[in-house]
Design a protein around this ligand. Structure first.
Ligand code: DGY
Length: 330
């Protein structure tokens, strides 16, 4: 995967990503890719970023002060392959004059689609019903078999109405849902276009039939949903998380499900990813997927292209399209 021209600038890519993005970078630079199909150890990361002009990293690489300093003064940019960048010490990057970029916009549909998939899969008990059918247990139609919950006409509670949250809300209109939302900021567009109503957290939790989380991971959103919040929710409610795992207190979730405080959960992300609270693995009212919200070929290709273009622009002395620490550009 390396090209020969030593005059070219050096790029390091920490994981294999779709080819189009790699090809684009190879047209301009000497590109080295982690050959292992796994997350690098800290030692490997420190070694591999050394003397690179740019690094394309992924959301489960820990890019801390040590890594940024190891990259050294030559390094101009770490382009994160993902919209969330809680894996990167932004202050340390800024202090080291390293530009950090992310990939907003291109994954809104894919992520909102997966949140809907989880919502519907949990509500209609699809995973358990599929297993039952495959196991040959379907002997006759049964009026009481796999009773789920209606979606159409119900109340949706959206936590966070940014790009992904509002995309998710737009799709709720097809199900004639009432949309409540809460979060740091009001979103007048979804109020005007979708009739969404801004409410406080408690009202949302008490009234929503479905709660979907779309906030970034910040000190204020860690354990945003815990024991207290589960107690406020309807016993028939379903919660869906495609944001970041620590937004839900996972032990509190296990308790809430066991005690019937809520009806079900659909999770793409976990508090201590890739570890999962063991009891969740045996619960029938939970659907679990391995952080795949943006995992479509089209979306992952577009994420790679944004990251690659940011690197090209920065190494050509231009401003990147999606910088998250713009102080460095001044
Ligand atoms: C992101 O982009 O932050 C997602 O979690 C990865 O798909």
């Amino acid at each position: 995967m390396e090209c020969e021209n030593m005059d070219k600038k050096n790029i390091y890519i920490t994981r294999r990503i779709p080819e189009e993005a790699i090809n684009l970078l190879q047209e301009h630079f000497h590109v080295e890719i982690n050959p292992q199909d796994r997350v690098l150890t800290k030692e490997e990361m420190l070694q591999n970023v050394k003397n690179k002009d740019a690094v394309l990293c992924v959301i489960n690489d820990i890019i801390d002060k040590d890594v940024l300093e190891a990259a050294g003064v030559k390094c101009k940019i770490f382009a994160n392959y993902g919209v969330g960048y809680n894996n990167i010490d932004i202050d340390a990057a800024t202090q080291n004059n390293i530009i950090i970029t992310n990939t907003p916009g291109v994954l809104d549909d894919a992520t909102a689609d997966l949140a809907w998939t989880l919502l519907m899969t949990v509500s209609r008990r699809i995973v358990a019903a599929d297993k039952f059918t495959r196991n040959g247990a379907f002997q006759s139609w049964d009026p009481m078999m796999f009773l789920g919950r209606d979606i159409t006409g119900k109340t949706l509670g959206l936590v966070g109405a940014g790009r992904i949250g509002s995309n998710f809300a737009k799709k709720a209109k097809a199900f004639d849902m009432k949309i409540l939302y809460t979060g740091l900021r009001q979103n007048l567009k979804i109020e005007e276009e979708l009739g969404a109503i801004y409410v406080d957290k408690e009202t949302l939790l008490r009234e929503a039939d479905f709660v979907s989380l779309h906030v970034p991971l910040l000190p204020s959103t860690i354990h945003y949903i815990g024991d207290k919040e589960f107690s406020m929710m309807k016993k028939t409610a379903v919660i869906v998380n495609t944001s970041r795992g620590p937004v839900i207190d996972e032990k509190a979730l296990v308790k809430a499900l066991k005690q019937g405080k809520i009806w079900g959960a659909g999770l793409d992300v976990y508090e201590n990813e890739p570890e999962i609270e063991p009891e969740l693995l045996n619960m029938y009212n939970v659907v679990l997927v391995p952080h795949i919200a943006s995992a479509t070929l089209e979306t992952r290709t577009n994420m790679g292209l944004i990251a690659a273009r940011n690197i090209i622009k920065v190494l050509n002395g231009e401003k990147p399209d999606t910088c998250v620490n713009s102080e460095v550009l001044k």
